[in-house]
Design a protein around this ligand. Sequence first.
Ligand code: 13P
Length: 249
Amino acid sequence: MKKIIISNFKMNTTPSEMKNYAMTLATKTKGSKNKIIICPPFTHFAVANQFFEGSKISLGAQNVSDAESGTYTGEISASMLKDSKVEYVIVGHSERRSRFKETDKLINKKIKTALANGLKVILCIGENLATREAKEAGNFVKKQLDDALKGIYENELESLIIAYEPIWAIGTGKTATIKDIQKMVELLRKEISYLYTDKAGEKINIVYGGSIDINNYKKIISLPCLNGALIGGASLNVDNFTVISKENY
Ligand code: 13P
């Protein structure tokens, strides 16, 4: 089964290091059936494009401004990403929600701006440990989804990937259990069916992220209910990420 394998470098590596990474990945994943999306820092796009152009690997960004242009020092606009041959953008990552105080409302605006500029969106949602322990994970994640998708039309869902990333599983070495993942994915599909149509709920792409590594990836990504994975730490090792990207799921 074809899967979507996404890397999130976060704030790691330099543009010089990207060269070897991109060259290796592009060469070694040539025959892969999977959709591979690499999200390095903005500074890496030019060098990544040298190797990804003509390959099946897509480039993604880790953030985008909700504004189109103007007096926003340090921000990156959707049209700048588009012009840099970026196809995807991660929106709503928990690190941006917590460290940079991004709200559901801002995330909704960012999604609209990104889509309006022809970018595809990887929307991250997920609960923290306290919310999970209070048995509120389902309601919490549903609300994140509802708020993020306000005013988004059904035909735009084709350009959206939902990444379920429980915060307690990110960078902790502790993934959600298979049962947790299945339950949450089912709930998300149901919510999309409720907000749109049954067909939309079936078709929406949902990936899981949080402590996926070279030892546990196969069991998780093979889940029939899941369309793929969003990988942080383990994606920094090009050899491991190549193996995960090439796998026949
Ligand atoms: P880790 O794979 O390092 O847990 O990170 C997951 C993540 O946040 C990807 O966006």
